[in-house]
Design a binder for this molecule. Structure first.
Ligand SMILES: [Zn+2]
Length: 63
């Protein structure tokens, strides 16, 4: 799926129903706190596991 350009062009993946105040939420595997979908994760939301760059570097030891 090499759809470069506008994010809107990558529609048709399923979770396109994004409304304000009703964004997808995940739990950070490092700090175990819920975090909300952000635009910078639009392309890789399925792979996002950490709420922030800091948590990404502080991966939990046991896994
Ligand atoms: Zn975190």
């Amino acid at each position: 799926m090499a759809a470069r350009g506008d994010v809107a062009s990558s529609a048709g993946r399923g979770w396109v129903t994004l409304k304000k105040g009703n964004l997808p939420v995940k739990t950070c595997v490092t700090c175990e706190r819920p975090f909300t979908w952000r635009k910078k994760w639009a392309r890789c939301w399925n792979d996002v596991r950490y709420c922030s760059e800091r948590c990404r570097r502080n991966k939990p030891i046991n896994q």
